[in-house]
Design a binder for this molecule. Sequence first.
Ligand SMILES: [Zn+2]
Length: 215
Amino acid sequence: MSARLEVRLTFRLHSGIHVTGEQAQLWTDKALVRSWKDPGHPVLPATTLKGWLRESAERLLRGLGQPACDGSRPGAMCGLCLVCELFGAPRRRSTLRFSDAVLAESRTDVRMNVSLSRHRKTAYEERLFSTEVAWQKELTAHIEGWFGSRAEAQQAAALLYVAARAGFAIGAARSRGLGWLKLKAFTASVDGKELSDEDLVAQSKALVSQTESRA
Ligand SMILES: [Zn+2]
């Protein structure tokens, strides 16, 4: 028996968003990542979304006293804890699959920023650089996953739900006030059957109390 989980997350964006792409663009130092299918649209890449949700899930689980490996240190990952299972570890494929979120209705502009070198105390070295920023009201992301049982799929949905609610800013330019967002809607279904809000809340509570009884 296996269970297929499908999750759709809608975020309200409270600022512009920036994730640096690899494509060079004339006059812009840090251009946005764009869709490979439709180069006209910027995207929030699957890897960025995955890293962001993983970080948030790690923080939550650790706060509950549960083991959660640090995603920024692949060499130290156990491959067994809940975050390793869902988001992957070296020699362990992640159970969840993330898709790029296309910003199909965005408008973009370019901001100038000054970076300061803080190494020298006497004279700050200044460098002007430009960052391309995408603006859109909302963003929708999709995640899917395959689990051994319905209960495991529901547990994963609950963790994604609390992780998405707890995170507040995404992307590389967070320190410059970009990437602020808030979860607006979360729908999850297992084998095509949608989980109710009560299900999700109950599962989230179970995740917490399971942790408490283990401690
Ligand atoms: Zn782990």
